[in-house]
Design a protein around this ligand. Sequence first.
Ligand code: ADP
Ligand code: MG
Length: 383
Amino acid sequence: MTAILDEIVAYVQFDDRDRERLLGLRTNLEPHFPAIADRFYSALWANPGTAAMLSSPAQVERLRLTLIDWMASGLTGVFDDEFYEKRSRIGRRHVQIGLAQHYMFTAMSVVRTAYLDQIIAMYPPEVALLVARSLDKLFDVELALMLRSYQLDSEAKLVERERQIQADRIAAIQTLSAGLAHEVRNPLNAARLQLELLERRVKRTSDDPKLREPTALANQEMARLGALLDHFVHFARSPDLRRSDTDVTALARNVIDLERPVANVASCELVFDDTTGVHANVDAGKLHQILQQLIRNAIEAEARRVTIATRADDDYLYLEVTDDGAGMADAVRARVYDPFFTTKDTSVGLGMSIAHSYVAMHGGSIDIQSSPNGTTIAIALPR
Ligand code: ADP
Ligand code: MG
């Protein structure tokens, strides 16, 4: 997580001497922090664009304390996890309140000038220059981190928009499927009934295979159509989410046991990476479906071994299905959630769109990593 911070710090060539100078400066500046904070906030108030972001005196007082802590922690020159966490929080806050990026630079300039005024007053000129140089590095690290918060936010928004487009597309085709299945079902049933009557009459009047064969074939085709219709209906039916406290470990083990005969036929081994009993407030039926689809796809990708892992933290349930199968080409990867997209001869191409739709209903996310050595599908669902 802090690899990026390490990179920034190394890039500006911040070293132990910089750290020493900043620590010395910190001791000298500490008594002036409140005055510098006042200067910072009078500049904020003086500018209509930033003054509009300030609401109450209580808020300003909170911000003042945050700023003083920011000054004190920055001047230690210690760039560790805690520093990164603090800066990330402040950055996220800037993004949240919609602070325009140019204000980060103007506001930092005010603090920088306030620091420099003190440095000029406190140090002999040659030393002042070196301290200012170290300070510049610190400020650039701070600014780089602040910019990154905006970048992370726009990336997250892009991913979210992509997900929403995909979910909308699936929903549209679900509606179409529902209508189509409904309209086709009745005539198909009627035709099947008539065919049955015809078969019986043919049987009664002759046992000529030339007459029987076509009806048998027609029957077969109608059965196929019926099965396809079942897929449609299943895909179209998107009942509301029914969350309940679910023993995910038990559920996963159950799905794996049910799929094992299919796997055995394909000489594929299913491995449950079993952590301690994982519970989550999810729709058990849909979770079952998701896992089943992922496992079947892995087996159908000619995997020798499929590992299913379930984990959880405070906020999320994580499901991971890893296979050592054929993997997906980029072109497949790009269309994998499209309803009816399949690369298989006798498949319908609904598995991944159903999984996507169920995950979206939970407010979760799916991530696919694939190479010619295999595929990992990782799902995160809010608990
Ligand atoms: P279907 O399994 O009916 O083809 P899916 O929606 O389940 O439909 O999957 C769509 C396509 O995505 C598959 O045809 C296959 O090409 C690809 N795919 C899905 N899962 C995997 C996997 N684990 N490994 C390789 N390819 C996969
Ligand atoms: Mg499938």
